[in-house]
Unconditional design. Sequence first.
Length: 121
Amino acid sequence: MYSTENYLWGWVVYTSGVICLLWVAWYLLRNIRFSTLRQLLLLVSAIFFLTPVTAYTDNAYLAPAFFVSLYEGLMSNGDPGFQRGAAPILAFTMFGLIGYGSVRLILWRFKKPPKEITQND
């Protein structure tokens, strides 16, 4: 069994890898004309990769939810299967999209209109 320090360093390495993947995704998506679509794709990707869930039902250590979902979905013997990791991912995605929409709405509401350029003849 792994120690707490092993899990911590595992998460540090895993998070570094996810940050690199998100940077590559940003680089590939940078030419998408609609910034909202680009930002939503990156947000959903980050949520998908970084959502934690307990690695084992009787253990307090956390693991990436999509790995747990994939493992338990393939190896399930009457257990919830894919649902144990998919439920937190869907919940975090919903909260993330609602939060993103709220922030965009607030920024749009308080955005100053561009100054008009007037010419003096």
